[in-house]
Design a protein around this ligand. Sequence first.
Ligand code: PHE
Length: 448
Amino acid sequence: MDAGRGQWSSKIGFIFAAAGSAIGLGNIWRFPYVVGENGGAAFVLMYIAFVVIIGLPYMFAELALGRASKKNPVGAIEAIKPKSLWKWVGTLGVLTGVGILSFYGVIAGWTFGYIFKTAAGNIGEFSQFVSDPLIVLVLFAFFMVLTTLIVYGGVEGGIERWSKILMPILLILLVGLIIYANTLEGASRGLSFYLQPDFSKITGKTMLAALGQAFFSLSLGMGLMITYGSYVSKDDDIVNSAFYIGLFDTLIAFMAGLIIFPALFAMHQSPSAGPSLVFVVFPKLFTQMPGGLLVGTFFFILLTVAALTSTISLLEVPVAYLVDEKKYKRKKIVWIVSAFTFIVGIPSALSQGASSFFSDFGWLPERLTSVDFLSHMSFIFGDFSLAFGALLLSIFIGWIWGAPQAANELQRGSAFFTKTKAIWIFMIRYFIPAVIFLILLNLFGIFD
Ligand code: PHE
């Protein structure tokens, strides 16, 4: 192992850290509003299909490359194909990490702020809260500092330990909320919106949204799983780990929907409210349920922690790259990267009402994203870049490194994989790149 490179203390430690990266605002904040915007159940089905047939097999590939090379995304590619243009694919991943963190940190800041608002019993109007420039910037800055302090210390201790304790608690709280939300009057209409598919709602845009959401939620397409895979011990079964990561991640997102949609329809709100959806619906739920403020405070604490295990992972990718490749000192470079990310994130922070320029940005056509700057960032980095990155990385792994090499790495310790190896090789070489390519093409409205 390279001097100073960390390693997870155990297989379970890795699963929790990677699941911690995967489970976050993507599941509880982004998934429900994307489902709401894209018409409900048909989208959910498509999402689950993408997780199973694209997300999981693709996750194997990133993990294999990471563990085989023990490097960050750029280093891993350089190790296999030195001095080629392919290294830009790694660089794209590193930049995507910064791009996602720049808006993700903003939402994480809101989540953190909501702990105090709920605890104080004074939840107030969401739109008013996010349009206060001082509050959103301070919360965003605070969250970046918190993330930086943890990444500063390296991968093992902090990230692993906290994820192990807090993730199970989140799961239990969600179960409780599902039960409560579904006892509300009118809840069943929400359930049918969420679970009874209407396939006429599927369009080219919906497909990219589902694919992008699958990559986003599973932390794929930017080399995060290459980076986290590089800290996995050679004896672990990564195929089996990836399976659990995908399962937990999908389960949590699905559960969030089982709370949000019944509650939403019971309260006669619109499912297509966009990014503000959970910040409006959850507080309403907490205000009306018995003991709700306590439950709500707890909920936002856990959501903050879930967000933190994801922001840590987002910061870790550029940091690992700069430490491995450019030989910067971890303790210095973490602060520089996070300060840079904060600056990039300022327009997103101000785009929910604080600045009319960024709130009504409208640079991309409305069929792709909403007008505010944050939604633009979420589309560009959170959907497009991840899908594009995954397209290039699957080609790199399938053809340049070679699917058989990758398969050998995956076979270590996995009897299951040995049996399905031929199918996987076909998937990573042909199926996955072809599907992503077609969906990206569709963005330009070609099949619409
Ligand atoms: N998967 C995280 C979430 O759902 C976000 C994320 C994306 C983290 C990409 C790392 C890399 O909240």
